[in-house]
Ligand binder design. Structure first.
Ligand code: PLP
Length: 226
């Protein structure tokens, strides 16, 4: 079933790229395997998926320790400072930095391991009480502060749009995240040139692609309901 789902998802990605005049190679599909068993991940790998996302540190570490294929892991969930050490040096990208304290901890662990950790700033575009992420107006100052840290690099922005039956309702959040990225780039902050937009999930990834997503995070659409 995962194979068939992936064929469908790929078709929809291609159509959205066409609609948005995007090149398919500029959009990376992250298969969100959270709560799903190892066998499902291997099935996706069989279908040439090599980028996976998880939202719990413990689950991610268990899966990284088990899967013996050269896959790329992304951390997409809320991150506590005491768990940063389990991720640094092992994940390609942390999508969910939303405070300077967290960034500082990532920087400390990265220095210890002599690596530079790539991160995105999570922005709460819809200003939902229940969500993590910085408010849009606070993103620039946070990025400015983080830009002074030597072992952490901000590659772009991430958002989790509201759950909705009608994905069109989220179009403006995606459009505005892209605008925010362009605006912050225009400030010419030293060491900051952002190019990554992580936005769009099963319900709304086609809209996100039309609005400039470079990473889409798709779970249910690939692995089925959780
Ligand atoms: C679970 C999750 C996804 C995937 O959600 P689906 O609706 O199943 O595609 C994407 N991003 C984040 C941050 C998630 O936690």
């Amino acid at each position: 079933m995962i194979h068939e789902n992936l064929l469908q998802v790929e078709e929809k990605i291609q159509r959205a790229c066409d609609n948005g005049k995007r090149s398919r190679k500029d959009v990376t599909l992250i298969a969100v395997s959270k709560t799903k068993p190892i066998e499902d991940i291997y099935e996706a790998i069989e279908s040439n998926i090599m980028v996976f996302g998880e939202n719990k540190v413990q689950d991610l570490v268990a899966k990284m320790d088990t899967i013996d294929k050269p896959v790329e892991w992304h951390f997409i969930g809320h991150l506590q400072r005491n768990k940063v050490k389990y991720l640094v040096g092992r994940v390609a990208l942390i999508h969910s930095v939303d405070s300077f304290r967290l960034a500082e901890q990532i920087n400390i662990e990265s220095k210890n391991k002599n690596v530079v950790t790539n991160v995105l700033i999570e922005v709460n575009m819809a200003r939902e009480e229940s969500k993590y992420g910085v408010m849009p107006e606070d993103a620039e100052s946070l990025i400015h502060l983080i830009s002074k840290l030597t072992n952490i690099k901000v590659l772009g922005l991430m958002t989790i749009a509201p759950y909705t039956q009608n994905a069109e309702e989220n179009r403006n959040y995606f459009k505005n995240l892209r605008k925010l990225l362009v605006d912050i780039n225009a400030k010419n902050i030293d060491n900051v040139i952002m190019s990554v937009l992580s936005m769009g999930m099963t319900g709304d990834y086609t809209i996100a692609i039309e609005e400039g997503a470079t990473y889409i995070r798709v779970g249910t659409g690939i692995f089925g309901a959780r």
